[in-house]
Design a protein around this ligand. Structure first.
Ligand SMILES: [Zn+2]
Ligand SMILES: [Zn+2]
Length: 217
């Protein structure tokens, strides 16, 4: 199953222009089976969108994006109480603090931290080793070669899974990058399992380069 593992909606992510209505409509129009909603330190849209998406046959995967000194991470977990403790800007994840039913994806690693303003520097991988289960190599906002190559090298050095996610902040950006997951995917727990076992394949959709670049995380 192909799943966009990195999306943002408004109002939980104030930087997103994707309303609930747009999000549901896009999923229905494009026959999306599952999508991950990964707002900045806020699960409120996950709670409110879940029933509406389920009514349309769309599975919602739960995640939260955090910005830290070492960059941005998306934490996936079926435990919404745990996800609800995460903040948009906070300390980096420590291996011992990550529950066994959660998985951490280091997103757009070579681009640094969106809300923390942190920059990537070589060797930073050693600071997060053990706390990261996957690296996002295709991010819809950061597809220039240096970001993709940098992320590939980081994933290889950590020996972890690789993912793709659109990081969509506007409806037309949804699914520009996505992750192929082993079937069947019926829950957030299935996604966590695939990430932890390294069974993910990143993809990017070939589209014409946008005329204008939006620096959004
Ligand atoms: Zn980000
Ligand atoms: Zn993001």
């Amino acid at each position: 199953m192909n799943v966009d593992l990195h999306t943002h909606t408004y109002p939980a992510s104030g930087c997103s222009r994707i309303s609930h209505r747009d999000y549901i409509g896009w999923c229905v129009d494009n026959a999306v089976a599952a999508v991950a909603l990964t707002n900045h330190g806020d699960i409120s849209d996950n709670l409110s969108l879940r029933p509406a998406l389920a009514a349309e046959g769309v599975l919602l995967i739960d995640g939260v994006e955090i910005s830290t000194l070492f960059g941005d991470f998306v934490v996936f977990s079926p435990d919404l109480d745990y996800l609800g403790t995460l903040r948009d800007v906070q300390e980096a994840p420590h291996p011992e603090a990550i529950p066994g039913d959660a998985a951490v994806v280091w997103v757009h690693p070579a681009a640094g931290g969106g809300r923390s303003g942190s920059a990537y520097y070589p060797g930073i991988e050693s600071m997060v080793a053990g706390a990261v289960h996957a690296v996002e190599v295709f991010n819809g906002s950061w597809l220039d070669r240096q970001y993709v190559t940098g992320a590939e090298e980081i994933a290889a050095s950590l020996g972890v899974a690789r993912t793709g996610g659109s990081d969509a902040h506007r409806p037309e950006q949804l699914m520009t990058c996505y992750t192929e997951l082993p079937d069947p995917i019926t829950s957030t727990a299935d996604v966590v399992s695939a990430l932890r076992r390294g069974l993910t394949i990143p993809h990017r959709r070939r589209v014409a380069a946008p005329r204008r670049r939006f620096r959004l995380f």
